[in-house]
Design a protein around this ligand. Structure first.
Ligand code: FAD
Ligand code: COA
Length: 401
C-alpha cells in the first residue's frame, strides 16, 4: 500500500516540477544535440536543494527518504533524462554506499563533493564482466601501507566529468590471498594511474559521458577502502545492497520519461484533428491512451513501493528489481505508443519523442539487465541460489589461485 503524498512531499514535487518544466525543459534538446554535460542543470538542481538530499543532515544534506528523491527524479526525467540521472547519482548508488559504510572522513569528503555539484561515478562493469559482475578482474593488491589497483572498467556514467569514483575491486593480501570485493574511493585528477580512456558514442542519454576508465598501478592508501559492515568477505553483497537504491532511481528515470511522453501525447491527440474531429475521439486512440495510463500507474506504484521499502536502510532487492524490470520495459512501450500517436511529427528531431525513444531504451540494460534482474527476483522467490555458471567454471581470478 503506497502512502499518499503528504503536504511536504507535494510541495517538493511541485518545486521539482517547476524547475523541470522551466529551465530544464528549455535546454533538454540542446543537451542531447551537443552531448555536453549540463553544468547549468547541476547548478539549478544544487540551488533547489535536489543534490545530495538523501545525505544525512550531519554531513550537510537533508536526510530525505528515497521516496523524496524519487519524486524529484521523476519530475526531472519527464522533461530531461539527463537531469533525472544526475538526481539519481547524487542521491543514490555510490553516494549512498559511502554514507552507509564509509568512515567519517569518507562521508565528509563525499558529502562535500556531491553537495557542491559532483556526480560520483560508480565503477563496477568491465569488458569481460557485465552481468557477471562477480567475475570482475580489477584487483587491489596490498603492498605495505598501500593498495595497488590494476584493471579496466567500461560504460562508466560520468567518466571524464565525475571527480569522485567508487571502484569495485577484488582485494588480495600481501601473500596474494583473495580477501573479497571492496569499494575504493579515488578522485580523478588527484590520483595517479586513474585514466579516462575513451567515451562511448551512445544511442541516447547523450548529455552524460559513458567512458572506459583504466587503473594502471593506481596507488591508494588503506583509508580509501570502504569497509563494508560485514567485512570484506561480504563486501560485494553489502555494496550491491546499497546499489539497490540506484536500481530504484534508474527505474524512476524510465518512469519520468514515459510520463513525459504520455503527457505530450494526451495534449496532441486533443489538438490534432483528422476526418473532422480530434484524433482522441477515435476509440483506437482512446484505448491506446488508456493502456498507456495503466502501464504508468502500475510502474509508479512499484517504484514508490520499492522506494518506501528502503526507509531507514536500502530498498529491498526483490522490490527494486521488480520495479526496474516493469518500469523499464513498459516505458519503452509507452514512449513508442506516444511517438506513434504523433504520426510523422513523432519521427522528427524537432519534437522530443525521438530523443525520449533513444533515451528510454537504455533502462532494460544499465544497472542490471531485465533478464539478470529476473534471476534476482526468481532466486528471492524460490529462496534458492541459482548458479549461472557452468559446473566446474571458476571466475578467472580464483581459478588462478
Ligand atoms: P552482458 O552481461 O554481456 O549481457 C548480454 C546479454 O546476455 C543481455 O541481454 C543479458 O541480459 C544476457 N544475460 C547475461 N547473463 C544472463 C543470465 N545469467 N541469464 C539470462 N540472460 C543473461 N556499469 C557501471 O559499472 N557503472 C556505470 O555507471 C554504468 N553505467 C551504464 C550506463 C549505460 C548507458 C549503460 C548502457 C550501461 C552502464 N553500465 C554501467 C553497465 C551496465 O551495468 C551493464 O551494461 C549491464 O550490467 C550488462 O552488462 P553487459 O553490457 O556486459 O551485458
Ligand atoms: N542486493 C543485496 N544483495 C545482493 C544483491 C542485491 N541486489 N545482488 C547480490 N547480492 C548478494 C547475494 O545475496 C549474495 O550474498 P550471499 O553471499 O550472502 O549469499 C552475494 O551478493 C553474491 O550474489 P550472487 O547472486 O550469489 O552472485 P553471483 O556471483 O551469481 O552474481 C550478480 C550475480 C549479483 C552479479 C548479478 O545478479 C547482478 O546483479 N548483475 C548485474 C550487475 C549490475 O547491476 N551492474 C550494474 C553496474 S552499474
Amino acid at each position: 500500500m503506497i502512502t499518499a503524498l503528504d503536504k511536504d512531499r507535494i510541495r517538493l514535487r511541485d518545486q521539482a516540477r517547476e524547475l523541470a518544466q522551466g529551465p530544464i525543459r528549455a535546454r533538454a534538446a540542446e543537451v542531447d544535440r551537443t552531448e555536453q554535460y549540463p553544468w547549468d542543470h547541476v547548478d539549478a538542481m544544487k540551488d533547489a536543494g535536489f543534490l545530495g538530499m538523501t545525505i544525512p543532515k550531519a554531513y550537510g544534506g537533508q536526510s530525505k527518504d528515497w521516496l523524496d528523491a524519487v519524486l524529484v527524479i521523476e519530475e526531472m526525467a519527464k522533461t530531461c533524462s539527463i537531469a533525472g540521472r544526475i538526481a539519481v547519482e547524487t542521491n543514490m548508488g555510490a553516494v549512498s554506499a559511502i554514507m552507509a559504510y564509509g568512515s567519517e572522513e569518507q562521508r565528509k569528503l563525499a558529502a562535500d563533493m556531491v553537495l557542491s555539484g559532483d556526480k560520483p561515478a560508480i565503477c563496477i562493469t568491465e569488458p569481460d564482466a557485465g552481468s557477471d559482475a562477480s567475475g570482475m578482474t580489477t584487483r587491489a593488491d596490498k603492498r605495505g601501507n598501500r593498495y595497488v589497483l590494476n584493471g579496466k572498467k567500461h560504460w562508466i556514467t560520468g567518466g571524464g566529468v565525475s571527480r569522485l569514483h567508487l571502484i569495485f575491486a577484488k582485494i588480495f593480501d600481501e601473500q596474494g590471498n583473495f580477501e573479497g570485493v571492496g569499494g575504493f574511493l579515488a578522485i580523478r585528477d588527484e590520483t595517479q594511474g586513474l585514466e579516462i580512456v575513451k567515451r562511448e558514442p551512445t544511442m541516447g542519454l547523450r548529455g552524460i559521458p559513458e567512458a572506459e576508465v583504466a587503473f594502471n598501478d593506481m596507488e591508494l592508501p588503506p583509508s580509501a577502502l570502504i569497509m563494508p559492515p560485514r567485512g570484506l568477505k561480504k563486501g560485494f553483497a553489502d555494496l550491491m545492497t546499497a546499489y539497490n537504491s540506484q536500481r530504484v532511481g534508474a527505474g524512476t528515470v524510465a518512469l519520468g520519461i514515459m510520463e513525459g511522453a504520455y503527457e505530450l501525447a494526451l495534449d496532441w491527440t486533443e489538438e490534432r484533428e483528422q476526418f473532422g474531429r480530434p484524433i482522441n475521439e477515435f476509440q483506437g486512440v482512446q484505448w491506446r491512451l488508456a493502456d498507456m495510463s495503466i502501464r504508468i500507474a502500475a510502474a509508479q506504484a512499484l517504484i514508490y513501493k520499492a522506494a518506501e521499502s528502503g526507509k531507514g536502510g536500502f530498498p529491498d532487492k526483490i522490490m527494486a528489481a521488480q520495479a526496474k524490470i516493469y518500469t523499464s520495459e513498459n516505458a519503452i512501450q509507452v514512449v513508442n505508443e506516444a511517438l506513434q500517436l504523433f504520426g510523422a511529427r513523432g519521427y522528427s528531431r524537432n519534437l522530443p519523442l525521438e530523443r525520449m525513444a533513444r533515451d528510454v531504451r537504455m533502462f532494460t540494460i544499465g544497472g542490471g539487465t531485465a533478464e539478470v534482474l529476473r534471476n534476482v527476483v526468481a532466486s528471492g522467490l524460490l529462496g534458492k541460489k541459482l548458479p549461472q555458471t557452468r559446473d566446474g567454471y571458476m571466475p578467472k581470478m580464483q581459478a588462478a589461485e
